[in-house]
Design a protein around this ligand. Sequence first.
Ligand SMILES: *Cc1c(COP(=O)(O)O)cnc(C)c1O
Ligand code: SF4
Length: 340
Amino acid sequence: MTQFLYQEQHWQSQLSDLVTNPQELLQLLNLSAEDLLSGAILATEQFKLRVPRAFVGKMQVGNPLDPLLLQVLPHHLELEDYPGFVTDPLGEEQANQQPGVLHKYKSRFLLTLTGACAVHCRYCFRRHFPYQENLPKNDDWLNIKSYIESQTDINEVILSGGDPLTLSNRKLQLWIERLESLPQLKFLRIHSRVPIVIPNRIDDELLSVLKNSRLRIILVVHSNHASELDDFTCSKLNQLSEHKITVLNQAVLLRGVNDSAEVLTDLSYRLFDAGVMPYYLHVLDKVKGAHHFDLDPDLINTIYTELLASLPGYLVPKLVREIAGEKNKTPLFGVSTFSS
Ligand SMILES: *Cc1c(COP(=O)(O)O)cnc(C)c1O
Ligand code: SF4
């Protein structure tokens, strides 16, 4: 029933009608556990609940352990401190070169145009990041432009989060045109979870903005479980590849959500149905409040070994961790850095 509704409704009205009240979320799923609710209300104070109704519609009613629900429902354990789990695990506060610019790797950098996300993922490493102070204003473009021009090896800009697809098509187009004016840029990457949580975001206007760009467009979505990819979502994702947009997925390995080779195998096959290639499987960043999603390195090793054996090579995502100060995401399997 929710399904019908979200397929019809314009993405912007879905974005302005998010579920933000834990009590409502639990009611929609027919869950009445008091302890779930009181924990959720407490943890909401640190990082608000935010979840599109289209995403709630993909959850299993009556299941408090639904893998989609666990990603978004605030939990009282978020408020507890654990050694090694900190507010800025990646040292991003230091890496900010210009408002909105986060440049750590060669040839590409992250450009944050908005701090807003359509969904709040409880494990997000940016849950404590002071976005609002770092967003570029309209006339910051000239500074960003000079910055790019001063870094001659940059050929790709990555629009990242917040979530760039919460911006209007008009605003996106404006920024794409700005970036297109720099001949050194060849690629435009968009990191977004919106196509998964509000599939209607992939509308004709967006497809035409992306298709008509001179830049090669790579859209990296973020899905952690095959249940996020119902038929409607898959058909929307398929439209992207039909418009010559390369679509990749990054997932985060999360306790209780996708911590088995079987679940990850289903995810890869389902992504492939949707025209999406698995890209990264991230090990959780040690961010304060996300400890309950963490997995033991030995278990990660076992899961990934099984995953390698159960999928064709082209459907195996790269297992990586982000280590502050490294020049790239660090591959974990069979590499000595694994134990860190
Ligand atoms: C993850 C990340 C990128 C993209 O890395 P790829 O390996 O190219 O996907 C770029 N810049 C920063 C700061 C990042 O964190
Ligand atoms: S959509 Fe991405 S950036 Fe936003 S909360 Fe989720 S993981 Fe974090």
